[in-house]
Design a protein around this ligand. Structure first.
Ligand code: 6CS
Ligand code: FE
Length: 302
């Protein structure tokens, strides 16, 4: 096997046939990667992140920063051009906006924010290298009709459908509205990020056109979810707007539907290590479009 073959060897086979079985695979990579010793994250935050696969940052954004960002995004989704754009995903049962992808390209404010040391340098500390944006989105999770996201590992999708070789990415979720236990606050299983759970089912062509509305392929079997929950328990990211959650690409997470009047609108930005650049999908016939899986690996600079 050449070095190249070794580099693109599939360490995490998924979307397998039931007959192949789907034994759990132990994570090969560290969660906090070595390589960058300086940055805004404290030793305790990094220890917590390594242990649980996530850590919470209170008051990442100030009140004025939250309100000005939310106002800009709410105005943006009123624009008919944005509503018609393929990067805008509506809820399955209504035409409410569920997500807008490429938020860091559509919003100058978000473009500047993610380059600030308080965010960029924390991502570099966790990933141990220069980073680039793999994907960004605003999940609006509107009141009354905001559908949740079933249990899943983002990495399972990014590996299978985007060709992300290893677990070298981290997501940042920033609350633009208050995140409550009852309005779709993100649930995570602390420590489950150290286990890769292969999923069943072949990836249909253009899967993203439906999976971003409601994911059917690439979700674990119920017995896997139950076993992980019994082993690790379930915690929830809640807090006032401006709070932020950093979570590992392989965190098992999900959120419930929002039937309350209170929207749970969060910005999500996925940082990938420049040493973990995408290759070809490991379990899909075609690449996904750039707005869900960037192919420009230029390091992000302040
Ligand atoms: O397919 C994706 O990339 C998206 N799907 C989910 C359920 N979470 C991560 C990401 O936004
Ligand atoms: Fe996700």
């Amino acid at each position: 096997m050449t070095l190249v073959d070794a580099q693109i060897q599939d360490q995490y086979p998924t979307r397998v046939d039931p007959a192949q079985g789907r034994g759990w695979i132990e994570r090969a990579e560290p969660t906090v990667h070595p390589g960058v010793t300086e940055g805004p994250a404290s030793a305790k935050e990094l220890t917590d992140h390594a242990r649980d696969g996530f850590h919470i940052q209170r008051d990442l954004l100030s009140g004025p920063e939250v309100s000005s960002t939310l106002d800009e995004l709410r105005a943006m989704v009123e624009d008919p051009g944005i509503r018609a754009d393929e990067r805008t995903i509506t809820e399955p049962a209504s035409d409410e906006v569920r997500s807008v992808f490429d938020a860091h390209l559509l919003s100058e404010r978000i473009a500047r924010l993610i380059r600030e040391p308080r965010i960029l340098d924390r991502a570099r500390q966790i990933l141990g290298s220069d980073v680039y944006v793999h994907q960004s989105r605003v999940n609006f999770m509107p009141g009354f009709r905001g559908n949740g996201f079933y249990w899943h590992s983002d990495f399972e999708t990014w590996h299978a459908e985007d060709g992300m070789p290893r677990m070298g990415a981290v997501s940042l979720s920033i609350g633009l509205t208050d995140n409550y236990p009852f309005n779709g606050g993100l649930m995570l299983m602390p420590g489950a990020h150290r286990t890769f759970v292969p999923c069943l089912g072949r990836t249909p062509d253009d899967n993203y056109r439906s999976s971003l509305k409601a994911q059917k392929i690439g979700v674990p079997q119920e017995e896997d979810i139950a076993a992980l929950a019994h082993q690790h328990g379930i915690e929830q990211f809640t807090g006032p707007s401006g709070s932020a959650l950093w979570f590992d690409c392989n965190s098992m997470h999900g959120s419930g539907n929002n039937i309350t009047p209170y929207p749970r609108s969060n910005i999500f930005v996925v940082f990938n290590s420049v040493d973990n650049a995408l290759v070809e999908p490991f379990s899909a016939r075609e690449r996904r479009p750039g707005f869900v899986a960037a192919r420009d690996f230029t390091p992000l600079r302040s």
